[in-house]
Design a protein around this ligand. Structure first.
Ligand code: PEP
Length: 233
């Protein structure tokens, strides 16, 4: 399978015109790159404007419709052409109090709608220092994936201390973590790396550490850098 390079634009850019320009630059740059699948996850409101690359969402809600002010359902995302949905990103867990139980409901409704969930797991720096990394990941996997057919999901290992810090996880350590996660899931599923992935380290995660793709935040807002990442396999 081709590596999956997923752009998480988070709450950027502020203007729709900038979103279209960024998308079109990426689209133009990756059009001849067949060795990877590129996915763009913009803020919800830009989804209908962006055509020509695979789209994903940064979150979803588990109910299909109704009185849930501010939420966006999987049915809506499907209609907008999304193929993937990021679920349980650490920023959702931290700022919006998302729990593993909520992650679990979101994963299930995503799969029911035949979209592909990308479930983010990862430890904080403090948890790592206290030697709790494995127990944190185990809990996120056990509770987040309870009752889920794991053969249809993707996991993103995103050490929280590496996200947006410019301090990526050491390649060898990332390789070790991938093996641990694979064992915890006990199936050969796709696992992505995320956390300060850049053009200068992407190849290491894909080739040396053996990840099946990358989840890219900050660097996905710079089309040149992002195209280099897509090209790095
Ligand atoms: C992310 O937010 O998923 C992420 C990996 O961000 P960054 O690449 O900026 O560390």
């Amino acid at each position: 399978m081709k590596p999956l390079i997923v752009a998480n634009w988070k709450m950027n850019p502020v203007k729709a015109k900038e979103a279209e320009e960024l998308f079109n630059s990426v689209k133009h740059g990756v059009k001849d790159i067949e060795s990877a699948e590129t996915v763009i996850c913009p803020p919800f409101i830009y989804l209908p404007l962006l055509k020509g690359l695979t789209l994903g969402a940064q979150d979803s809600y588990w109910e299909e419709k109704g009185a849930y002010t501010g939420e966006v359902s999987i049915a809506m995302l499907k209609e907008m052409g999304c193929k993937y949905v990021i679920i349980g990103h650490s920023e959702r867990r931290k700022y919006f109090n998302e729990t593993d139980e909520m992650v679990n409901r979101k994963v299930k409704t995503t799969l029911e709608a035949e979209l592909i969930p990308i479930i983010c797991i990862g430890e904080t720096g403090e948890e790592r220092e206290m030697d709790k990394t494995e127990s944190v990941l185990e809990k996120e996997i056990k509770q987040g994936l309870d009752g889920v057919d794991v053969s249809k999901i993707i996991i993103a290992y995103e050490p929280i201390w590496a996200i947006g810090t410019g301090n990526p996880c050491d390649i060898e350590e990332a390789r070790r973590m991938k093996e641990i996660i694979q064992k915890m899931v006990s199936k050969n599923i796709r696992i992505l790396y995320g956390g300060s992935a850049k053009a200068n380290n992407a190849e290491g995660y894909l080739k040396q550490a053996g990840f099946d793709g990358l989840l890219v935040g900050g660097a996905s807002l710079d089309p040149k850098e992002f195209i280099k990442i897509v090209n790095s396999n």
